[in-house]
Design a protein around this ligand. Structure first.
Ligand SMILES: [Zn+2]
Ligand SMILES: [Zn+2]
Length: 400
């Protein structure tokens, strides 16, 4: 179960924040990358299992509407408008749940047809496949877990087509119960519009996989290597990103290979690219977006390594500094996006912080929105332990 703590936590000044952080605990470590480790018991469906039938379009038959289509005689009285016999009163477009509105309906990749891509580590071909359907008040995404671009499994070889199943609310809502849910420390914290898992910063040994990738420390517990675009394969063949993932919107100019990709290539696209969704239903955008003047800027995180730390200790090696970068403690902010011109809370893939150093937590560390614990996938041996803010220590008492 995710660990919870009072929402006002992220609003208190840094000094108070830092004191309170000491009160947090490290939770049970569950998932581990497979390298050199005893194989983990997989609670997820075996990689060889058949994929769920793929929806070619979002099924809308189950779309909940707040106002059922009335019979002519039941039509509500609207000032100045008297519905005549045979008139039907259509639900207003703004009564549609957010993710069923037009702007959000065609954001999925590999949904119209499978996309064949190559695992460059072993030169095999696999298919990116995404099916989206409405179930009650949730959107369910069934995906093969293979990215829409050539990729590298690296040491966790090899990625396999699996049954990723992601569930998010159709109408994401800000947290309202005074408790903020931490993202799991290990395993999926979110997923991409191509159906691929997004993991938190830490790997099995407990270090920050991204700091390791940048050579900030020596990993003497278990070898880890991230491939192109910040991803690699893990337990059960689950390909996942630890950072970046901007390349899902990258296109070769014809001669370029995915290994030629640079995140800054995406600046040329001119607007924020939707990368995926957190389990609270709020979107995750790429590293670049337009500022209020229309200039493309890099969005930065507000965490930094504590003095003397190098990432070997994972999340505990970082501290939040209000105002250091652009984003809050969860790694998001409210602003205009291509899908929500009037503004929406959204997370970002952050490559750097406000100082130009590592962009920890790279995607997100907690959930801004209401979240159903059932939305957080069960992987490997069991439910992932609740996440934590940097600092460790015992959890604070729950508010009564
Ligand atoms: Zn990993
Ligand atoms: Zn933004």
């Amino acid at each position: 179960m995710p660990q919870r703590f009072p929402k006002h936590f992220r609003l208190v000044p840094l000094t108070v924040f830092a004191i309170l952080l000491i009160a947090f605990t490290a939770c049970t470590e569950v998932a581990a990358d497979p390298l050199g480790a005893t194989p983990l018991t997989e609670a997820t469906t075996p990689a060889s299992a058949a994929l769920q039938p793929k929806a070619t379009a979002i099924a809308t038959t189950a779309v909940p509407t707040t106002t059922p289509t009335p019979e002519p005689n039941d039509a509500p009285a609207v000032e100045g408008v008297t519905p005549g016999p045979g008139d039907t009163v259509e639900p207003a477009a703004d009564t549609l749940p957010l993710l069923l509105t037009e702007a959000w309906s065609d954001v999925w990749l590999c949904a119209d047809e499978d996309v064949a891509v190559e695992d460059l580590t072993v030169n095999t071909t696999l298919n990116c496949s995404v099916g989206v359907e409405v179930q009650g008040d949730t959107l369910v995404i069934n995906a093969s877990g293979i990215p829409n671009h050539d990729f590298e499994s690296t040491l966790g070889c090899c990625a396999a087509e699996i049954d990723n199943r992601w569930v998010i609310p159709l109408d994401p809502q800000p947290d309202s119960d005074g408790e903020l849910t931490m993202a799991p420390e290990r395993g999926p914290v979110a997923f991409t519009v191509s159906g691929v898992a997004i993991y938190g910063p830490e790997e099995g040994p407990g270090g920050d996989a991204v700091a390791l990738e940048h050579g900030l420390f020596e990993e003497d517990r278990q070898p880890i290597d991230l491939g192109v675009c910040g991803g690699h394969a893990g337990p059960g063949g689950q390909y996942h990103y630890h950072f970046d993932a901007n390349c899902i919107h990258w296109h070769s100019d014809g001669d370029e290979e995915i290994t030629d990709y640079e995140p800054s290539d995406l600046i040329a696209n001119g607007e924020a690219e939707l990368i995926g969704f957190a389990f609270d239903g709020y979107p995750i955008y790429g590293t670049y977006e337009q500022d209020v003047d229309g200039t493309i800027v890099e969005v930065t995180s507000s965490y930094r390594l504590i003095e003397g730390a190098n990432g070997y200790g994972g999340i505990d090696d970082y501290e939040y500094v209000d105002g250091l970068g652009d984003l809050d403690t969860c790694n998001g902010h409210i602003g205009s996006t291509p899908q929500a011109p009037d503004g929406i809370y959204h997370y970002h893939s952050t490559l750097t912080n406000g100082n130009g150093d590592l962009g920890f937590p790279y995607f997100l560390l907690c959930y801004y929105g209401e979240i159903d614990d059932a939305s957080i996938p069960v992987v490997n041996a069991g439910p992932l332990g609740g996440g934590r803010f940097p600092g460790g220590g015992p959890p604070p008492p729950r508010p009564r």
